[in-house]
Design a protein around this ligand. Sequence first.
Ligand code: HPA
Length: 271
Amino acid sequence: MNEVVERAVERLAPLCGRGCTIGLILGSGLGDYAEKIENKRFVNYSELSGFPQSHVEGHKGRFVIGELFGKTVICMQGRFHYYEGYPQSQIALAVRVMKRLGVEKLLLTNAAGGVNLDFSPGDLMLISDHINFSGSNPLIGPNDDDFGLRFPDQSNVYDKTLREKVRETAESVGISLQEGVYMMFSGPTFESPAEIVFARTVGASAVGMSTVPEAIAATHCGIQTIGISLITNMAAGILDQKLTHEEVQETANQAAQKFSTLVDAIVKDVF
Ligand code: HPA
């Protein structure tokens, strides 16, 4: 068993009561959702030895443990990115910590660029599948058999049954959801227009720089996963304008209410 994971579990488990069954990872500009968690307990990543730190503006760097709709959740307010220089195996650590704390269902969220021309900034997209175009994989290295298989199946990373429930729940709270394939690029550059044409050609509906390593680590250890992308901008080359991190954050702020309603509904009715 990984020592960094074990030390983090030792620090976090006493704060989880009878166990945290739900995990949440909040993407760029979406971290404020954690404020809704009741009876919050905080642990900064900096307190966890051997844990990576999160440096991106708009990302806090801590676990938040508490209750939502009577369920105990552990939330990452701020995540680790491959472009920050961490091997993807380090990005997987937090998911493995969640597994050891009892997490059975995980909601991954991100800000993403819209590749599908029918999308608009502010849309929410349920991730149906992903294309790992990052050039790496969190499971590279010796396999930890305590967590899962050497060659894990990837046919149902974003659990089909849960996705059906998310669609129904979204409709019941009046939120329209797009659905599509999320393609991960390493970043930190935004993609080039030619890369976006390529992404569309190979079947992607949205592009981003996160989520895939966590989703792979989660399915590896048997956590059921749902992914939601907030389309913060149309991807490069679609509109005649530059892409900026400020635009990403601004759209995320504007969509915060809708995002929060959807996450509430998922935690309450799907998980
Ligand atoms: N590309 C990659 N990542 C992103 C984008 C994008 O256009 N928007 C938000 N995150």
